[in-house]
Design a protein around this ligand. Structure first.
Ligand code: SF4
Length: 764
């Protein structure tokens, strides 16, 4: 680690927002320029960063590994005679045009699917230009990682508050009681909640007398630092939450405070939770009724309190209901939109909940179309990632015959990976934009390499909409990209031109100008010419120009002269460490974009789905189920090739409670064989093997395996990851098991059988 505090002729320091997780820490990257090729010689937290104040986790330093990774692709690949071979950029795009255009002409636009993964959320270039590609293509077959882990929260928030990204986050620095379900920020550093140094903030909460309570089937790293942990059966959060809401009504604890005026549907909620008294749900969720009542009372009695739920509450059969009930609790106890509670950030750019008429809107709609084979409804313009394989496999009108993937690896990160892998081989054509030849992109006919994050400028498009503190930060590229390498937005725009039939040789700058003019026309109406002239005067193009437009027309912007002290990109970029926009402030009613102009506390679809929950209330728990887990040195599938993160003990291990291990004949350190319970386990590739770790932290009847592993696929180019490939949890999971409202995959609570590797059959 370089510790020089100042630049020297051969050593320079640069700011960079960390792209490795949702905490988005500000980093300081030291570059040695004494040799012909500049070299990263240090990475540390940027002390002046207004958001992260110098914090970084062990993953941050891996940015150097990522930049230097010899397996990171630096040249396009084109499949010739069945083998991916290096090619020029012109050759790669020519091949895409040659194969894709006739396919669209013959089979229509829905024959081409798009899939995008969550690393794209950390790349301004991809985040801003993927929608341009999607619009140009006009296919119904759009897929993203959102339907693997977060769509329930987006859907519930959209119904209640009017927009998909109006998601309330814990105001942790002022909170005195934080109830957390299915979340492990000690490992994840926050999810749908951009918060740095969770450990420090949780410690501060407890030091001021506050309480952190965690509900999870495992005593997680977060549970270990909490005041209390309650182990819950996987997939039963809906019952626990409904029981808590029931308690509020039952014990006269409902007190929405100032939100009463802005909320409709309270009586409907009371009716919906009537069958879910704590005493009726306790056995199903494994948490005593007295505990549920006590949690509800504590939530209601604490002035500054918040309920937060994350991955575990989304990745289950009742994901939308659980996500909805979390905010029902926050509203009914007066903790939504209140300091110390669950609050709404006011992002400086790109936030739909700061645009248009404040306080009212069209709300959201779903189901504008449905997937062809399973009939899964469209949600937020997407279909569930888990229907992609069947849409490729199933012949007929609208069959997916080509796929463009952008920074995604669903073969490892989505349920049913082995089936999807086989389906990809059946495509007529596939293009991948990726930094690696991974388990998914290895199937492509053309691979377009992405840039190292150090070669790109950055502004977080999505995460300020989820941040616990308002801010605006922009970091320029640390290093220039190699000569001849296009920017990633240029690649997406060229693909957009190809699928629109405008030709591979399109003038990208002219096309970018054209699309910008359309955006500005919609946004500024009669003022459009003046706005375009002002943007042109900056000399910025591409994503920077879109960012400048968004900042200047955003809630803190200069309004192109109307607010002379407001934000522009020039001002944000000039601020060392970014611009601090202060703690979160109450935003209701201004934030709301529902048709009623109120918080819709009882979305009709949620009320209707409560009948399904009621029917499941008395189901018997399976003998053994599997859940996932997060490790601080990992993030889905794409960081296992980085030496800083790959070193140390084996991480892809199966946690088993000792009583289960004794029952199943499992031995610590020995390999165990996992397969789905039932007939799904007979499908090829569904079985995985992982070493056993005995853990008293597990709830008996639940085993735990992290996801994103399984780097033993032929044709992938991830040498370090392949040395310890791990087991692919998603191979076990049933791609047909979804939350019906959001289409989100069910990742938690899949019934499994586990045997010692040496035994052919055993108990389950
Ligand atoms: S917590 Fe770690 S990985 Fe996440 S943004 Fe900060 S330094 Fe990067």
């Amino acid at each position: 680690m370089d510790t020089a505090a100042h630049d020297t002729p051969h050593r320079t320091r640069h700011r960079r927002i960390c792209p490795l997780c949702e905490a988005c820490c500000g980093l300081e990257v030291a570059i040695d320029r004494s040799a012909a090729a500049p070299r990263v010689v240090g990475i540390r937290g940027h002390a002046e960063d207004v958001f992260s104040r110098g914090y970084l986790c062990p993953k941050g330093y891996a940015l150097k590994d990522l930049h230097e990774d010899p397996d990171r692709l630096r040249q396009p690949l084109v499949r010739r005679d069945g083998v991916l071979q290096p090619a020029t950029w012109d050759e790669a795009f020519a091949e895409i045009e040659r194969r894709l255009v006739p396919l669209i002409e013959q089979h229509g636009r829905d024959a081409v699917a798009l899939a995008i993964g969550n690393p794209a959320a950390h790349k301004m270039s991809l985040g801003l230009y993927f929608p341009r590609l999607a619009r140009a293509l006009g296919s119904r077959n759009i897929f993203s990682a959102s339907t693997l882990d977060q769509m329930p929260k987006q859907l519930a928030s959209g119904w209640m508050f009017g927009h998909w990204l109006s998601i309330a986050v814990p105001d942790i620095d002022r909170c005195d009681f934080l109830l957390m379900l299915g979340a492990n920020p000690m490992a994840s550093n926050g999810s749908l909640w951009t918060v740095t140094d969770f450990r420090g903030r949780a410690k501060a909460l407890r030091q001021r007398g506050g309480r952190l309570v965690v509900i999870d089937p495992r005593r997680t790293e977060t549970a270990a630092i909490a005041d209390a942990h309650h182990a819950i059966r996987p997939g039963t959060d809906v019952f626990l939450l409904a029981g808590m809401v029931h308690t509020l009504f039952d014990e006269g604890l409902v007190g929405p405070g100032r939100l009463a005026e802005w909320t409709v549907g309270i009586d409907a909620v009371r009716e919906a939770v009537a069958p879910f008294a704590p005493e009726a749900v306790a056995e199903r969720c494994g948490v005593p009724a007295a505990t549920l009542r006590s949690l509800a009372r504590e939530l209601a009695a604490t002035e500054r309190a918040c309920v937060y739920g994350r991955i575990g509450t989304c990745t289950q059969a009742f994901g939308t209901l659980a996500s909805w009930l979390i905010d029902v609790l926050n509203v009914l106890t007066g903790h939504l939109d209140a300091p110390g509670g669950a609050m709404f950030p006011k992002a400086a750019a790109f936030a739909a909940n700061t645009a248009g008429k404040p306080g009212i809107g069209r709300g959201i709609v779903t189901g504008r179309h449905a997937s062809r084979v399973s009939g899964a409804p469209e949600v937020f313009g997407e279909l569930p990632m888990t229907v992609l394989a069947e849409e490729i496999e199933t012949p007929g009108a609208g069959q997916v015959r080509a796929l463009i993937t952008v920074a995604t690896n669903p073969v490892l990160s989505a349920p049913g990976g082995p089936r999807l892998s086989r389906a990809l081989d059946g495509l007529d054509f596939m293009v991948s934009l990726d930094i690696y030849l991974n388990e998914t992109s290895r199937h492509a006919d053309v691979v377009l390499p992405g840039l190292s994050p150090l070669e790109e400028s950055h502004y977080d498009v999505a995460f300020p909409q989820l941040s616990h503190h308002n801010h605006a930060r922009y970091t320029p590229a640390v290093l220039p990209r190699d000569a001849g390498r296009p920017a990633e937005w240029e690649n997406l725009l060229r693909l957009a031109a190809i699928v629109q039939g405008r030709g591979v040789g399109v003038d990208l700058q002219a096309l970018d100008d054209e699309l910008l003019a359309q955006d500005v026309g919609r946004l500024a109406g009669a003022q459009a010419p003046a706005v375009l002239a002002a943007l042109a005067a900056t000399g910025r193009r591409g994503p920077e120009r879109l960012l400048d437009l968004a900042l200047r027309t955003g809630p803190w912007g200069d309004g192109f002269g109307r607010q002379p002290n407001g934000l522009t990109l020039e001002r944000v970029a000039a601020a060392e460490g970014g611009i601090d926009l202060g703690p979160l402030q109450p935003r209701i009613p201004e934030l709301l974009r529902t048709p009623s102009g109120r918080i819709e506390l009882a979305p009709p679809a949620c009320l209707a789905d409560m009948a399904r929950a009621r029917a499941a209330l008395h189901e018997r728990a399976p003998a053994l189920v599997v859940v996932g887990r997060r490790d601080v040195r990992s993030n889905n599938s794409w960081m296992h090739n980085l030496p800083t993160l790959a070193k140390g003990p084996e991480r892809c291990t199966l946690l088993v409670h000792p009583t289960d291990a004794a029952r199943l004949g499992l031995v610590a350190g020995a390999p165990a064989r996992l397969r789905p319970a039932g007939s799904l386990g007979d499908e090829p590739g569904r079985e995985v093997v992982a070493p056993v770790v005995l853990s008293e932290d597990m709830l008996p009847g639940v085993v735990c395996l992290p996801h994103g592993w399984g780097h033993d696929q032929p044709g992938a180019r991830l040498a370090l990851a392949a040395e310890r490939p791990g087991a692919n949890l998603n191979a076990l999971l049933d791609e047909a098991w979804r939350d019906p409202l959001s289409g989100n995959a069910v990742l938690s609570g899949m019934p499994v059988e586990v045997h010692p590797l040496s035994t052919a059959a055993g108990a389950g």
